[in-house]
Design a protein around this ligand. Structure first.
Ligand code: DAH
Length: 373
């Protein structure tokens, strides 16, 4: 088999050289490289053809093709560096800083309404003698459901649209029980921290639990991640009157209203008996909502006396101990107090929104200095 003539090699070299020189950017240069030195490129093709040549011819063509390949590779390398230099020059020219210009103010940070509201609630409950407890975002079936008296396979479990974790830690919206163990969940409420606390602390217990919670739900007033505050009081003589007094005082302090129109409505939660929802009065005038008085009612929280089964599940004797619990949505409480119409921007990290609804740093709420800003 005869190889290419010297003229043909020269022609190929000058064609490729011209293409390399005229490549306007990295992509164009890469296209030339592939067309010459890539697996199916013109130069690579010639290199491959060496194998089919008779030994004499191969001896002659080998060095020639090798130097063609090396020349082209060197040209491409040179051009790559030249393009990078040119790109840097353009950027440097464009990004030149005029140090004589006045300083632009830094974007100012602010406290997110959720953090603010948690601080406010904490200040109120701390004044009543509560301390803060916390628990994990990833929970097991026992703490999130079973110990809270949700019977297995009971429809009460469907009250929450749960995110389950698969064996390899992925989140999915339906149960993925591997083997006999029920799957882990993203906690659907802060109530499992009641269990964790009762199993590790002796009464009297007086805690609040602020934290993230997760449900498979998304619209103007629901986001897959949201915040709750849980409350738990366990003692030997706690009764429904304490529950009422505690929550009414809390809501009055939080919304800063002396005159509160409220009602407790019977409800169902597996972990309390009796259970109730607390509604508070409100009125709307010219599109502005005013909370406290008014003839309309809105639901604000869930509560009840801790179910004897829950106490037993935590190793407490229900004949000795009893108490109350409550849970409320922090985000919703922030929306109501500060007139924020949509929940979704809470979690979008938009500086304009934060600037509008955020709070001054280091200006923490205290009962003395004032809860609301
Ligand atoms: N865990 C309930 C929920 O997320 C809220 C709740 C209701 C908590 C009543 C409580 C309670 O502690 O007593 O819907």
């Amino acid at each position: 088999m005869s190889g290419p003539t010297i003229e043909e090699l020269e022609a190929l070299k000058s064609a490729l050289t011209a293409e390399i020189e005229s490549a306007a950017d990295g992509a164009a240069l890469e296209a030339v490289r592939v067309s010459a030195l890539g697996k199916k490129g013109s130069v690579s093709g010639l290199m491959k053809s060496l194998g089919g040549m008779d030994p004499e011819m191969r001896k002659e063509m080998g060095p020639r093709l090798n130097s063609l390949k090396n020349d082209i590779a060197a040209l491409i390398e040179g051009k790559t560096a030249a393009l990078a230099d040119a790109e840097l020059d353009t950027r440097l020219a464009k990004e030149r800083v005029d140090v004589t210009l006045p300083v632009t103010p830094e974007a100012q940070g602010s406290i997110h309404p959720v953090s603010q509201v948690i601080e406010e609630m904490t200040a109120i409950f701390a004044d009543m003698g509560f301390s803060i407890a916390e628990g994990p975002d990833i929970e097991d079936d026992f703490h999130n459901f079973t110990a809270l008296n949700f019977p297995p396979a009971h429809p009460a479990r469907d009250m929450h649209d749960t995110f389950f974790l698969t064996q390899d830690g992925q989140v999915q919206a339906s149960g993925a029980g591997a083997g006999n163990e029920p799957p882990k969940v993203l906690r659907t409420h802060t109530s499992p921290v009641q269990i964790r606390h009762m199993m590790t602390h002796k009464p009297p217990i007086r805690i609040i639990v602020p934290g993230r919670t997760f449900r498979c739900d998304s619209d103007q007033t629901h986001t897959p991640m949201f915040h709750q505050i849980e409350g738990l009081v366990i003692d030997t003589e706690t009764h429904m009157g304490h529950l009422k007094g505690c929550l009414v005082e809390f809501i009055k302090a939080y919304f800063e209203v002396d005159d509160l129109n409220y009602r407790f409505r019977p409800h169902y939660f597996p972990f309390t008996e009796p259970s109730a929802e607390m509604d508070i009065g409100y009125s709307v005038e010219d599109g502005n909502i005013s909370i406290g008085t008014g003839e309309k009612f809105m639901e604000i929280l869930g509560c009840g006396m801790v179910h004897p089964n829950v106490l037993k599940n935590c190793g407490l004797d229900p004949d000795t101990y009893q108490g109350f619990a409550f849970g409320l949505g922090v985000d919703r409480m922030a929306m109501l107090k500060y007139g924020i119409p949509d929940l979704r921007p809470f979690f979008e990290a938009d500086m304009r929104w934060l600037k509008h609804y955020g709070f001054r740093p280091l200006d923490l709420p205290t009962l003395v200095g004032g809860i609301a800003r």
